[in-house]
Design a protein. Structure first.
Length: 161
């Protein structure tokens, strides 16, 4: 099927008509008519971007209705944004739960959040030393990191039980 529209630019979501004969000066006497024309061009461009013919749209109508029903009428972009928001909220909840665990278990010297913070600190110090003062790195640095990793893995396994 030959396209009737073209995109006005990569970042521009608008469409223009391939046939410029309809773009006569004075064609629109008011803004509402001009806006309706732009809206029609935009919708036609979006339709053409699907690559589907009218017959294919009709054939897939049941699938489209089911999609709208399952997704609450949201577009794929809206669904993607909701997934990103959900993941962000999950991470925030996990961080809160770790903090809550830390506040409720202040007397535990090997509490998971403390081990995690100590491990991050030791890795940061090791990376700094590698870059600025490699000769100051000792076997003790590796031993501390290994011990903290061992404790962290044991705590994760215990938490999965």
């Amino acid at each position: 099927m030959e396209r009737l529209t073209f995109k006005l630019g990569e970042q521009n979501p608008s469409y223009g008509l391939v046939d410029k004969a309809s773009a006569k000066p004075g064609l629109f006497t008011d803004y509402d008519g001009f806006y309706a024309h732009l809206l029609a061009n935009h919708r036609l461009g979006q339709y053409e971007d699907t690559g589907l013919t009218p017959e294919e749209i009709t054939d897939h109508e049941a699938i489209f209705k089911a999609y709208r029903n399952v997704c609450g009428g949201k577009s794929p972009d809206e669904i993607s944004a909701l997934i990103v928001e959900r993941d962000t909220l999950k991470k925030a909840l996990e961080k809160y739960q770790k903090t809550e665990q830390w506040l409720n278990d202040m007397n535990n010297p090997l509490e998971p959040i403390k081990v995690s913070a100590a491990l991050d600190s030791e890795i940061m110090k090791l990376n700094y030393r590698k870059e600025h003062n490699p000769e100051s790195i000792s076997e003790l640095d590796g031993t501390i990191i290994s011990a903290l990793l061992f404790i962290q893995q044991a705590q994760e396994q215990e938490g999965q039980k």
